[in-house]
Design a protein. Structure first.
Length: 588
């Protein structure tokens, strides 16, 4: 009996990994992935500023380190992030199998919660997105491992479980601040296990596992302190009605359909991530299945009520803090349908299901005892569930592949390599296409950050004599400066504006510029090699090299104002600057 259950469990994990591999290798870099890439290319991997960055409310030094190492070894090569996804999924799956074995042994019922956790689409969006998976998968592994160690510690009193459990908990915290729930989940699961098996009270669970509980609480308090120092807490929302609506939508369109392998259908408006759009049929089926499972378990098992309450409580608690940080009157309810906040709920439900299966049977429920009919029924339901999950995963992959970043980055790599081979001129730094990464991610949306680690590319600079740009498809094209504003003609005859080291010049524009990253076309005549400094009235200074003779240089000027200030830096340098456009870079 033990051998066939173990072999089946391993086969299920292997099948899940095969499906996840198709999902991983069929995906590509998306949004936050590229923020990780840009930061890894421009910062030291062991610097506190890199490891402890407020990444949209997350503190994740472990995830930053892993992403940084992979990016440094193979910049913008999706092969290795995809491999890391599969490896992390394997670790999380084995940790869950260990926890289920600690709770249930090699009983055949172990396969029920394992099958649900391995295949439900509720965990798919959090896996396919590399940045999200670097958070959630280590947390899932830590959650399962700590729960197993906690039960073993209370059972046996062996101190090594306190040590390994604390180390696993710390590892989870390093990858995702949400791992702070692991300690509370472990205590709840352990207390419920000893409650349903009538082998220990809550007080005894605390006393026998006090070494683990106190270390975990100490780590939690310390990590909360680190989090508060790193993260700006002004992002909390007080829009409780929107939070309530998001929470309810996550149940109706996410959790409940996911219980039967839904949602079956996904929609996407690039560059947003896919969100679940379950048909009414799968929503109704999910509610019917949930009601049926609740009724059967309450009829079959004793002392099962607290486990159901814990499941409902965690389904609410694991989402409310996130929605309080994300919701406002401008938030779309589709946020709750992306399902990327639910992978930990899957593990908690699996562990609680295993605990519930340990509860003693009621005398009047003998009609549910083991029989050939029960085995066939459970097998048919499992096959139907896995097939439903497979269909939902396939439709998710179809939607997930609609990623404008993939053709853009692949074209850009080839174009930058060709540009490097054909010209030594630097490229003016620019923002990448908004469908790849928008300005809210500045400065990681700059080409100089995103492509920093590519070995075969031109240098990126704030000034260049050859204006080229990446178009919306990632191809390199000749460019021009649009005439948003222009430099007024200068006062010096046959010169325009005469710039010398001791005489900085203010070149007025024909109208004001609002704060932005502007590009100026500077047409000049210089008497020698040297450099000059340009800046808008309200903006940073930019150093520009100059060459003797009549030349043209394009300068990226961040800031705002009604004039450009020019100052010569090289002694004996004289530069005449003519009128020219100031605006944005556009294809010629």
């Amino acid at each position: 009996m033990r051998s066939w259950v173990a072999r089946t469990a391993v086969a299920l994990i292997a099948l899940q990994l095969a499906i996840r591999a198709v999902l991983a290798f069929g995906g590509y870099f998306y949004w936050d992935d590229l923020i990780l890439v840009g930061r890894a290319g421009t910062q030291g991997l062991l610097s506190p500023g890199y490891l402890f960055d407020d990444h949209d409310g997350h503190v994740m030094p472990g995830a930053f380190l892993v992403a940084g190492v992979i990016t440094r070894l193979a910049p913008l090569d999706w092969l290795w992030p995809a491999i890391s996804l599969v490896v992390l999924a394997l670790v999380a799956s084995l940790a869950l199998l260990r926890a289920l074995h600690v709770i249930l042994g090699w009983r055949p019922v172990l396969l029920v919660p394992l099958t649900f956790a391995l295949f439900t689409p509720l965990a798919v969006p959090g896996f396919a997105w590399w940045a999200a998976a670097l958070n959630s998968l280590p947390m899932l592994a830590a959650m399962a491992w700590v729960c197993a160690d906690a039960i073993q510690l209370v059972r046996t009193g062996d101190r090594r479980y306190a040590l390994t459990g604390a180390l696993a908990y710390l590892g989870g915290l390093l990858f995702f601040e949400k791992s702070a729930v692991v300690a509370f989940v472990a205590f709840t699961v352990t207390a419920l296990y000893f409650h349903v098996t009538d082998s220990g009270s809550v007080r005894e669970v605390w006393r026998r596992g006090v070494r683990l509980w106190t270390v975990c609480l100490t780590l939690t308090v310390a990590w909360v302190g680190v989090y508060l120092m790193v993260v700006d807490q002004q992002r909390w929302s007080l829009d409780l009605s929107m939070t309530r609506d998001l929470l309810w939508r996550s149940f109706t369109h996410g959790i409940v359909p996911g219980l039967v392998g839904g949602p079956w259908d996904w929609q996407r408006w690039a560059p947003a991530s896919p969100w679940a759009t379950p048909p009414v049929a799968v929503m109704v089926l999910g509610w019917v299945a949930l009601a049926g499972v609740v009724a059967v378990t309450l009829l079959r098992k004793q002392r099962i009520g607290p486990a159901w309450l814990a499941a409902l409580g965690y389904a609410v608690a694991c989402q409310v803090p996130i929605y309080l940080m994300r919701s406002s009157r401008f938030t779309a309810l589709e946020l709750a349908q992306t399902l990327r906040y639910l992978p930990d709920l899957v593990v908690v439900l699996a562990l609680l299901a295993a605990v519930g299966l340990c509860a003693p049977n009621r005398e009047r429920s003998r009609w549910l005892d083991s029989s050939a009919a029960r085995s066939i029924s459970v097998g048919c339901v499992a096959v139907a569930f896995v097939a439903s999950c497979g269909y939902s995963t396939a439709t998710f992959l179809t939607s997930w592949r609609d990623n404008p970043a993939q053709p853009y980055l692949q074209n850009a790599r080839s174009a930058l390599a060709a540009a490097h081979a054909s010209s030594a001129a630097p490229m003016l730094d620019q923002e990448v296409d908004p469908l790849v990464l928008q300005r809210v991610a500045w400065p990681e949306n700059l080409a100089s950050h995103m492509f920093a680690l590519l070995p075969d590319r031109p240098e990126f600079s704030s000034a260049t004599g050859e204006l080229r740009m990446l178009d919306v498809k990632g191809n390199l094209v000749d460019a021009k400066v649009t005439w948003v504003r222009s430099i007024r003609p200068g006062p010096a005859p046959q010169c325009g504006y005469l710039v010398q080291p001791d005489f900085p010049v203010s070149m007025p524009l024909d109208g004001p510029l609002l704060p932005a990253d502007w590009t100026a076309e500077i047409n000049y005549l210089a008497n020698s090699d040297g450099s000059m400094t340009l800046s808008l009235a309200d903006g940073d200074e930019v150093k520009v090299p100059v060459r003797p003779g009549l030349n043209r240089v394009y300068v990226r000027l961040p800031g705002a104002g009604e004039a450009i200030t020019v100052r010569a830096n090289t002694s004996a340098l004289s530069v005449c600057v003519a009128a020219g456009p100031v605006g944005f870079v556009a294809p010629r």
